[in-house]
Design a binder for this molecule. Sequence first.
Ligand code: NI
Ligand code: MN
Length: 227
Amino acid sequence: MATLLTWLGHAAFSLDVAGVHVLVDPFLADNPMAASKPDSLPADFILVSHGHADHVGDTLAIAKRTGATVISNAEIAGWFSKKGVKTHAQHLGGGHKHAFGYLKLTLALHGSGLPDGSYGGNPAGFLLTLPQGKRIYLACDTGLFGDMALIGDEGIEVAALPIGDNFTMGPDDALRAVKLIRPAHVIPIHYNTWGLIAQDPDAWAARVKAETKSIPHVLKPGESLTI
Ligand code: NI
Ligand code: MN
């Protein structure tokens, strides 16, 4: 069964895995790039990579409306649990089989303070093995790190990598990341939301095409890949 991976702008994604609806870092209401409003999206699970406001986003409102389970590191899961939503805590390196596939939290080099100043543990990326066996790696907010090669060793069908620079990898390091991860397909994210992270994704995609075997997909917010 095909999985639909839709970029919602910034670092937000939705996945439809055989009718199970998964949102990732749903920063929508305050996101000038967002393709969707938080009051209209279906959700069974919401993945939160780290505590920053542009990733926690509308998680609480969507979880309250839909009854979705929030999956994050133990510190962020605990923070949401106190607010009365269902949670599932994992931690870096740990995987769990959910209804949408086997989800492992990966290393990410970043911060994770929550919007109210609470401690948000360590930031994460997401490595998802779909029920059909293909793997998606959402790097989320991170700098370049050499162990991306270990993630690549698992065999990645689609990777989503930040290219915005300033807060995360910029285009040069994201290109190096593609070479370490060796995904079949790659999507640039976390750029052009604000002037501070303005980038030319088409220029980056041209470099990916010229220097790697990966196929770049410059999506507009709301556009999807079928996996
Ligand atoms: Ni961040
Ligand atoms: Mn961010």
